[in-house]
Design a protein. Structure first.
Length: 551
């Protein structure tokens, strides 16, 4: 029987109405706290009822069991180490494997989970449809992986092959075909000496808006809350504790994502979450309708950290917990996690082949371009890509181009730009569409874009023909000019966009419902490559005041 650390824990009452210290619980007041800076390793010890402290107290005769939940999310096709921020060799599955192996050596009861979005990232993954990532996850012996929205970036035949190849189950309890047939297992039950753990999967019901429409048209994404309310009581009868492996996200609003799930469904002990790439210093603690507590954890993105949640379980309840977010090769001084040599040998050929295919240098970049900025404001990276789309589409009389900032997935570092750099930045195989809208519909489109929340991948980026003020508070666009002129409601405008947005992705239903659409069949990556070459390889996009955001 495993025991928690013997030190005297502070007594923290988690009953409704009483808040623990700020460092441990911030579920009330202004939502939750997400740090502005990520701390290298954060240790959090909490009690769901009362800590034993150092006073005499009644001692339960029931055994106390120890479970280590290791978790990742939003891996997004990062099988090998990669440059991130000021670190040259961050993350990577070989280093993750070394960490997991050491933790398993020290702890007999370990559960390894991933909360979804295994797909779509760097070229060494994309070129091989996530096969190196699946090889790595098989090697690490993951217990389960949730189906995220990016699992539907590829045709269903690709997902089916991935699920067949995986030596672990993909989970989603709220996803079925229109004929009512589940496409994945809903849950698993893991047995450990003296206790059992149930894990069930959830995929956000908005996934069809975030996926290529043709890949989900025969699927039904059921309400997560209703699904969990039906399933959790059954799982409570089968297991001591219940874990939701949920690709839902953590949002400021309590009416969204995993916090909403926890507040509406009784009996979920832990939610291992993904989707929003959230960096948590400590777990979120949310009360369910019966007064029980749910622990919510999320482990950032891209395998940059490994989440570790230690649980002490007694009498079918979580009595104590401890959380740590373990960095994976984020030390700027190079004191990094050693890589598992066998896994590195298995995965390196994928990177070598990607490098061989995409090593051609096509230009040089004066200043690094950020992918994050494209989700919240005008971004130089967004200007570059949107300008390339308009450059290509001008032959068909396009008035301007618009794209979603979320399609830019990686920074473009200063220096030589290769084919691989472009494919890493734009991993989605979206073609360029031409959509024709009357002027009044164009105005509605820009009002829709003004209402997109900060940080959303739906946030627009425009070609140089556009100048606009997006007022998030008023949810209105103003001062809109196309080529220096206001919108004329009596004329039509031809817009260059991506096949994703033209199909209604990210909520762009106005584009989806347009009567006149034309698929050029040209993919964004080769168009950007040709655009860079047309400029003699000199890349120096600037911020030009195309978008002004009013908060």
């Amino acid at each position: 029987m495993a025991s928690p650390p013997k030190s005297c824990y502070p007594a923290i009452n988690l009953a409704p109405g009483r808040l623990p210290p700020r460092e441990s619980l911030e579920e009330e007041m202004n939502g939750f706290r997400i740090p502005g800076r990520f701390k290298a390793a954060v240790l959090f010890i909490g009690l769901l009822l009362f800590a034993p402290a150092c006073t005499t107290a009644p001692v339960s005769t029931q055994p106390l069991h120890h479970l280590v939940v290791l978790h990742t999310n939003d891996h997004h096709g990062h099988p090998l180490k990669f440059p991130h921020d000021r670190v040259q060799n961050a993350g990577g599955l070989p280093a993750r494997a070394s960490l997991v192996r050491e933790i398993r050596k020290q702890n007999p009861n370990v559960l390894l989970l991933d909360a979804g979005d295994l797909n779509t990232g760097r070229s060494e993954s994309n070129l091989f449809k996530a096969m190196p990532d699946l090889e790595g996850y098989n090697y690490l012996a993951y217990d389960a992986v949730a189906l995220g929205n990016h699992e539907f970036d590829n045709p269903r035949s690709v997902l089916n092959h991935q699920m067949d190849y995986a030596q672990f189950p993909f989970l989603s309890s709220n996803l079925r075909t229109k004929d009512g047939i589940p496409i994945a297992k809903s849950h698993i039950v893991k047995s450990y000496p003296g206790f059992k753990v149930a894990v069930f999967g959830l995929t956000l019901k908005e996934a069809p808006m975030l996926a290529a429409p043709g890949n989900v048209e025969d699927l039904v994404f059921e309400n997560e809350i209703e699904t969990a309310r039906t399933l959790v009581p059954q799982l409570k009868r089968e297991a001591d504790i219940v874990i939701a492996l949920a690709h839902l996200g953590i949002f400021d609003s309590r009416a969204l994502g995993s916090r909403h799930l926890a507040s509406q469904v009784n009996g979920i002990d832990v939610i291992v979450d993904g989707h929003t790439h959230t960096r948590l210093e400590s777990p979120l603690i949310v009360s369910d309708p019966s007064g029980g507590k749910s622990i919510i954890v999320q482990a950032w993105k891209w395998g940059l950290v490994l989440g570790r949640l230690d649980l002490w379980i007694q009498g079918g309840k979580v009595k104590e917990y401890r959380f740590e977010a373990i960095p994976i090769n984020l030390d700027k001084d190079g004191n990094n996690t050693p890589e598992d040599p066998a896994l590195l040998k298995l995965l390196q050929p994928y990177a070598d082949e990607a490098e061989a295919r995409l090593s051609t240098v096509i230009g040089s970049l004066e200043t690094a371009l950020s992918s994050t900025a494209a989700r919240e404001k005008e971004a130089a990276a967004g200007n570059l890509v949107a300008d390339s789309m308009q450059w290509f589409s001008a032959r068909w009389g396009s008035d301007f181009a618009v794209m979603n900032g979320g399609s830019i997935r990686h920074d473009l570092p200063a220096g030589p730009v290769s084919l691989k750099s472009v494919h890493d930045m734009l991993p989605f195989e979206n073609s360029i569409y031409l959509v024709t809208l009357p002027g009044d519909e164009v105005l509605r489109l820009f009002d829709f874009m003004a209402a997109i929340p900060e940080g959303s991948g739906a946030f627009p980026q425009f070609s140089s023909e556009v100048n606009v003020v997006l007022d998030r508070t008023a949810r209105k666009a103003s001062g809109l000019r196309i080529k220096g002129k206001p919108i004329d409601p009596s004329r039509s405008y031809r817009i260059a966009t991506s096949s994703f947005l033209a199909g209604g992705g990210d909520g762009y239903k106005i584009l989806q419902q347009a009567r006149e659409k034309f698929d050029t069949a040209a993919l964004q990556q080769p168009v950007l490559i040709d655009f860079i070459r047309s400029m003699g390889g000199k890349i120096s996009p600037k911020l030009e005041g195309r978008i002004t955001v009013v908060k």
